[in-house]
Design a binder for this molecule. Structure first.
Ligand SMILES: Nc1nc2c(c(=O)[nH]1)N[C@H]1C(S)=C(S)[C@@H](COP(=O)(O)OP(=O)(O)OC[C@H]3O[C@@H](n4cnc5c(=O)[nH]c(N)nc54)[C@H](O)[C@@H]3O)O[C@H]1N2
Ligand SMILES: Nc1nc2c(c(=O)[nH]1)N[C@H]1C(S)=C(S)[C@@H](COP(=O)(O)OP(=O)(O)OC[C@H]3O[C@@H](n4cnc5c(=O)[nH]c(N)nc54)[C@H](O)[C@@H]3O)O[C@H]1N2
Ligand code: SF4
Ligand SMILES: [Mo]
Length: 677
């Protein structure tokens, strides 16, 4: 039996694992004992990461739409047709009528090439990906506060924290290996505070559980900092030497009293006082957060409020301190790093800088547009109104994962050309004019960048099924058909070009990555990589505190729609379920859609465990099984996003955060009805 070392394909923890190969097939997975983050452990999805690879439903041939049917085609015909249509749209409607959604499931190399294809080949900056619905507020908020939108420390650094504040992260289920470090710190004596409307597993284990009303985090975080300032638990030296904007921010906090916080967020003032004592008095305090913070129409403000808290208490640049946004997909960090975003090139080098543009123009041998591109949702809106005509979607399933499915489906159907590349048929390939079959992570080479900025190799373990190809190969082919040079002999050579153009990745090269990878910034070939950011200074000089003010979520419960609908995930499934619902041991755990409801609310509605209910919002309705769970406070519903037969996004809305353009995915007003048998 052969063993191939690679990186887990699911979440941003970035665990190392071995694929076990026999007779050209994956027969098992085992953890990588020497891996610096996972240290010989995996969660259940990691152990089963090889299962979907050989599934009989894998896409094996390019497909072309003929009327209502999708017919088998060849790569030559499919790419020929795609290039012809792209050129025709470009000629008739201009480059801004084209767009590309890249993949947080894809490799860095694939994302870099798609970014280059969009900018240099199609002539548009309309390039984006699901980070827009995930950590866009982090990229924007921490970017402007700290100069970098990335996790400030290494995951293992959490082990040395004295206090950890976890906000809006169901860590044990969604980032299990990060949770293991938090729990290790906890057993060492660190104090743990969890802020989540739901009593998650981590909240059960915490010293203090804060249960804010959904969408009110700005209020209680401001008020927490207010108490910390009033009790003089701030770090004056750090504030003076390394930050700007403290005075103005402190002034703005005066209004944000614990009384006000209690009234709006529902968190008792005594609990806030306890939180202030724990966080403010800790020598090393860390903040961990995820979608409960970012997926709000006020997402960027909430991120800034957390940055204010860390900066005012001097919790930055040392082991055990810092801000840990938990990036979701295994390579969503990398997709952002590669510049698959409408306003930056790789390494967040801004489009608006003439010097940066000139560098890329020289390297790529073509003029580049300075006009900022559209974000993911804006591209769909442009498709709705007819100004976007052609869209390339690689390794995303927007038909199910983007908010307000009714509008999303309508927009996708308006397109003249929808090209989708995936490993399985899904709700989006079903609408495509051209479907391309991709090699999955176990069948190709490349790199993923984990949430702790760790750039790691994936290695080919088995051959792709049928005619499926690694994306970098067909993207090069399409680039050539669009008139670009694309003579990369291997993914390593793509990385080499990217590294040459990207200061934070300059020192990254395949031969250096080994089994442990390297953490960026890694500015030169002899640089060991960087675990902790902002140690002596911030890239922009001083970090920036800013006043932020609470704004009510766009839709709040009323007498017609009395519940707050919260959407999210479970341990056993990944997003739209293309892979986990084809993994029998995972699917067996949660085979059917459910909606969580508080038992008291259920009693009033006459609902019992397992009854079928309709969940309805102003956008749509779905049917699911009622699960009565104490962990959910009254007035709330929780619906997972994994099920095509009960699509959560049929219910969500497209109200967005004006700064980061993320949608409000955690608060919708909903009602519940029993389905009569
Ligand atoms: N098993 C599994 N793991 C995954 C994924 C998966 O689909 N399945 N997806 C990956 C991806 S891409 C991502 S982005 C991450 C997401 O990881 P998480 O963000 O941890 O997952 P979510 O279920 O979206 O919700 C986070 C928590 O926020 C809480 N919350 C909701 N609204 C609020 C609020 O207003 N305030 C506060 N404080 N909390 C709130 C919810 O109750 C929930 O417990 O997981 C990654 N890991
Ligand atoms: N209501 C609501 N909506 C949400 C969220 C929420 O919490 N609530 N969360 C949002 C967040 S944080 C995220 S990240 C998004 C996730 O949204 P998506 O990323 O669209 O969801 P996935 O199901 O992970 O889709 C990934 C696709 O990539 C395919 N794939 C896997 N490996 C490969 C590969 O190697 N190559 C190619 N070409 N394809 C591959 C999979 O089969 C799948 O179809 O959903 C967002 N939508
Ligand atoms: S914690 Fe994340 S990266 Fe690690 S094995 Fe589980 S899904 Fe994979
Ligand atoms: Mo995500």
């Amino acid at each position: 039996m052969e063993k191939v070392h690679t990186t887990c394909v699911y979440c941003g923890c970035g665990c190392g694992l071995f694929m076990h190969i026999e007779g050209g097939r994956i027969v098992g997975v085992s953890p990588s004992p020497a891996h610096p983050m996972s240290r010989g452990r995996l969660c259940i999805k990691g152990w089963l990461a090889g299962d979907f690879v050989g599934h009989p439903e894998r896409l094996t041939h390019p497909l072309l739409r003929r009327g209502d049917r999708a017919v088998k085609s060849t790569w030559d015909e499919a790419l020929g047709l795609a290039a012809k249509k792209l050129k025709s749209i470009q000629r008739r409607f201009g480059p801004q009528s084209l767009g590309v959604l890249t993949s947080a499931k894809g490799t860095n190399e694939e994302n870099y090439l798609l970014m280059k294809l969009a900018r240099a080949g199609l002539g548009t900056n309309n390039v984006d990906h699901v980070a827009r619905l995930c950590h866009a507020p982090t990229v924007a908020g921490l970017g402007s506060a700290l100069g970098s939108g990335a996790m400030t420390g290494s995951i293992s650094s959490l082990e040395c924290s004295d206090a950890i504040l976890v906000v809006g992260s169901n860590t044990t289920e969604q980032h299990p290996l990060v949770a293991s470090y938090i729990l290790r710190a906890r057993s060492r004596g660190a104090k743990l505070i969890v802020a989540d409307p739901r009593k998650t597993r981590l909240a059960e284990l915490a010293d203090l559980w804060l249960s804010p009303r959904s969408g009110t985090d700005v209020v209680w975080i401001n008020s927490l900092l207010n108490v910390i300032v009033e009790q003089d638990l701030i770090d004056r030296q750090f504030i003076e030497e390394r930050t700007a904007g403290f005075e103005e921010t402190a002034l703005s906090l005066r209004e944000q009293t614990p009384d006000k916080a209690e009234e709006i967020s529902g968190i008792a003032r005594t609990d806030l006082a306890r939180a202030a004592a724990i966080f403010g008095k800790a020598e090393r305090a860390a903040i961990v957060y995820a979608m409960g913070v970012t997926q709000h129409a006020q997402g960027t403000d909430i991120v800034q409020a957390l940055a204010n808290l860390a900066l005012a208490t001097g919790n930055m640049g040392r082991e055990g301190t810092g801000i840990y946004p938990l990036r979701g997909h295994q390579n969503v960090q990398g997709a952002c790093d590669m510049g698959a975003l409408p306003t930056v090139f790789s390494g967040y080098q801004p489009l608006s800088s003439p010097a940066v543009r000139a560098k890329f123009e020289t390297a790529w041998g073509t003029a580049l547009s300075a006009e900022p591109g559209l974000t993911a949702l804006e591209m769909l809106w442009a498709a709705e109104t007819g100004s976007l005509k052609g869209l390339i979607v690689v390794g995303e399933n927007p038909a199910l994962s983007y908010p307000d499915s009714f509008r999303v489906l309508k927009a996708l159907k308006e397109l003249e050309l929808l090209l989708v590349c995936d490993i399985f048929p899904n709700e989006t390939t079903a609408l495509a004019d051209v479907v391309l079959p991709a090699a999955c992570f176990a069948e190709k080479e490349g790199t993923f960048t984990s949430t702790e900025r760790r750039v790691q190799l994936i290695r080919k373990a088995v051959n792709p099924p049928g005619e499926a190809r690694a994306e970098w190969e067909w993207i090069c082919d399409l680039m050539r058909r669009m008139g670009l040079q694309a003579d990369y002999p291997s993914p390593a050579s793509i990385m080499a070009e990217m590294a040459l153009l990207t200061p934070s990745y300059s020192g990254i090269a395949y031969e250096r990555l080994g089994l442990a990878g390297l953490q960026w910034p890694c500015p030169s070939k002899d640089h060991p990589g960087t675990g902790i950011l902002h140690v002596d200074c911030f890239s922009q000089g001083r970090a920036r505190l800013r006043p932020v003010y609470y704004a009510q979520p766009p839709e709040i419960p009323d007498s017609d729609y009395p519940f707050i609908l919260n959407t999210g995930r479970s341990l056993y499934h990944f997003h739209t379920g293309t892979m986990t619902r084809r993994t029998s041991l995972l699917d067996r755990e949660i085979p059917a859609p459910f909606v969580d409801i508080n038992p008291e609310d259920a009693r009033i509605l006459g609902l019992r465990e397992g009854m079928r209910v309709i969940v309805e919002t102003r956008r749509g309705r779905i049917a699911a099984e009622a699960h009565l769970v104490d962990r959910l406070p009254r007035g709330n519903l929780f619906l997972p996003i994994h099920f095509t037969e009960a699509p959560a996004n049929a219910l969500t809305c497209q109200s967005i955060d004006p700064v980061s353009k993320i949608a409000e995915l955690k608060v919708s007003a909903a009602r519940l009805e029993r389905v009569m048998p």
